[in-house]
Design a protein around this ligand. Sequence first.
Ligand code: AMP
Ligand code: MG
Length: 341
Amino acid sequence: MTKILKPNKENLTEVKKLILQDEVVAIPTETVYGLGANGLSSVAVNKIFKAKNRPQDNPLILHVSDYEMMERLVYGLTDELKLFLNNFWPGPLTVIMKAKKIIPKEVTCSLPTVAIRMPKNEIATDIISICNVPIAAPSANLSGKPSCTNAKDVLEDMNGKIPLIVDGGDCMIGIESTVLDLTTKPYTILRPGFYTKEDFLKFEDEILIDTALVKDGQIPKSPGQKYKHYAPKAKVLVLVSDDRKKVSFEISKILKENKNLKIGIFKFDQTILDVDSENILSLGSIFNLEQMSKVLFTGLRDFDKKNVDLIIVEGCKEEKLGFSIMNRLKKSASGNIKYLD
Ligand code: AMP
Ligand code: MG
C-alpha cells in the first residue's frame, strides 16, 4: 500500500529517510507531480523507470535547490548564464547542459548532456535541500498516460508501486516544464511548456524551436518527445476554430449522430452553455489559457474515471502558452484533430 502524507516536518523527515534509502517518493512541483528519487544513485533511478514503466532511452530531469548543487552536476554554469536563468528560476524551466561524470548513466541514458531544473514549489525545494542530493523526478504517471496534477491521480497510477506520496494539493501550472537546450547557440526549445519562446526572447536575441515540434516526420532532439504521451483510455478528438460557435455546432452534431457513445466534452466558458450534455467540463476562459493548462490533464483523467468512449476538447490558437497546450493535446489525441475554419 502506498501512503499519502501531508508535507509537515515529521513527514518530510520520513521522505528524507526513504530517499536516502534509494526509495521513490512522489512529490508535488508547480508543474505536475514528480516521481522523486536520489539522482546520484543508479539503484534509486532504476526504481523510477520500473514504477513508471518508462522506456529505457528517455532521460530524467535532475531537480536542484541551488546553484551550488547544480555546479557539481554540469559544465558551463557561468555567472552570465546564472543571470539569464535567474529570470526563470526557481520555476518551470528545464535546461540541457553538458553533464559531469558524477551523474549515473541511468539518468542521462548515456547522453553527454543532462536536464536540470530548479523548481519553485517550496515543498519540492525543501525536500531537495534536506536530502542534499539532486532529485531525479519525471512526471508521476504511468508512461503514456496524462501527467498527474494532484495526489489522488498519482495514487491511481502508483498505488503499491511506491511507498509514499507527498500531498501538496493541486499543481499551480498543470503542464510540464519548458525544456531549453543551452548546448546550442541560439538556445533551442526541445519541449514547449509554461515559459514560451516570447518569454526567452526578452533576454536573448534569437531562440530556436526543435523542428520536430513544428514539422511531422522529424526525429525530436528530446528523446521523450517521440513517445506516445498524455493519452487517456478514451479516444480524444480536438476541435479548433477561431469561432467558438462553430465548435459548439460541431459538438452538437457529433452528439446527435453518436447517441450510442458516452462522450465527454471539454469546452471554453464562452460557449459552454451551447452544448446540452451531462459530461461537460470547463476549460475556463479562452482569454485565460493558464486555467486550461491547469485543468487539462486532470480533466482527461476524470473523463476516464467516468468511462467515456470519446473526449472532445476545444483547442486553442497555437501561440505562446497555446503552443505548449496544443503540443500536449495533439499527443493526447494521437493527431486526431479537426480544424473547422
Ligand atoms: P518528464 O518525463 O516529464 O520528466 O520529461 C523529461 C523530458 O526531458 C523528456 O522529454 C526527456 O526526453 C527530456 N530530457 C531529459 N534529459 C535530456 C537530455 N539530456 N537531452 C534532451 N532531452 C532531455
Ligand atoms: Mg512525463
